[in-house]
Design a binder for this molecule. Structure first.
Ligand code: GLP
Length: 261
């Protein structure tokens, strides 16, 4: 795992956008694993501002609320449309999202896995992190080998995500999500986080024991994960100073490898 600590959320989003743009420039047919949530809003805006040519890209989203269709304003499909897809020329047939209105969950999830396999896997997976350490909607206790499936949200996640729903609206209890095993097969992962509310989850993910209790800790097993966070999210890392030193002292060729330039 590579840990990059930057002064503020804007720089986190800027570096992530720079990495994605560089990779898309090198691989115009990149398969991009997309994430949602407030962490990602500024990232997509940055990526679009950087003028990345995205026409050849294929996308797969991590997760979706069960029961919400693509036109529901709180669905992740609507989020993607608003913050990303409508500003790009990615053809609809190459944008893959889990269908919150599926009437056959098992078959739909298996077909999603098959679609990922059919394009040769995900090249670059974007990730946020929940306050309880979840990635996508893999809540604590999720199997570290899990595949795309239905999950039930914890009260903490429903409470955290209530801010994305109008007052009085219920956050769905059931969701569809890529599994941790699915995510670990991506060739590269980029996890972004900022703010004090993520500090505990980041410390558990990066320095805690590898445990289903913090699903993001499974990334310790991934060959090429970069965690980009701000100082507030880094607050509980015991080795924060060391990670800063490593980043500042990177030889130029390693920096190019990280940033893709
Ligand atoms: C949701 C999503 C996750 C996301 C997390 C953090 O639960 N399913 O993929 O990482 O929220 O969201 P935010 O960036 O809004 O804090």
């Amino acid at each position: 795992m590579e840990i990059v600590i930057l002064p503020d959320p804007e720089q986190v989003q800027k570096l992530a956008a720079k990495i994605v743009k560089a990779q898309v420039t090198q691989e115009p047919n990149l398969v991009l694993g997309c994430a949602t949530g407030s962490t990602m809003e500024g990232f997509y805006a940055e990526l679009l501002r950087h003028g990345a040519i995205l026409d050849g890209v294929t996308t797969f989203n991590l997760d979706e609320y069960l029961g919400l269709d693509a036109y529901h304003p709180c669905s992740y499909a609507a989020f993607m449309q608003e913050h990303f897809f409508r500003h790009t020329a990615i053809p609809p047939q190459r944008r893959h999202l889990l269908d919150g209105k599926t009437d056959d969950v098992s078959r739909h999830c298996a077909a999603y896995e098959e679609q990922i396999r059919a394009v040769g896997g995900i090249d670059l997976q974007l990730l946020g992190i929940g306050r309880d350490g979840h990635i996508a909607f893999n809540e604590p206790g999720s199997s570290l080998a899990s595949r795309t499936r239905l999950k039930i949200l914890t009260p903490l996640t429903r409470e955290s995500n209530a801010r994305h729903f109008p007052p009085g609206w219920e956050v769905p209890k059931y969701v569809l999500t890529m599994g941790i095993g699915t995510i670990l097969e991506a060739h590269r992962c980029l996890l972004l986080a900022f703010g004090e509310s993520k500090a505990e989850a980041i410390a558990a993910a990066v320095e805690g024991p590898l445990s289903a209790d913090c699903p993001a800790s499974a990334l310790q097993f991934h060959q090429r994960t970069t965690v980009i966070i701000d100082g507030a999210a880094a607050q509980k890392l015991r080795r924060a100073e060391y990670y800063r030193t490593v980043y500042e002292n990177k030889p130029n060729w390693m920096r190019r490898e990280l940033e893709g330039e």
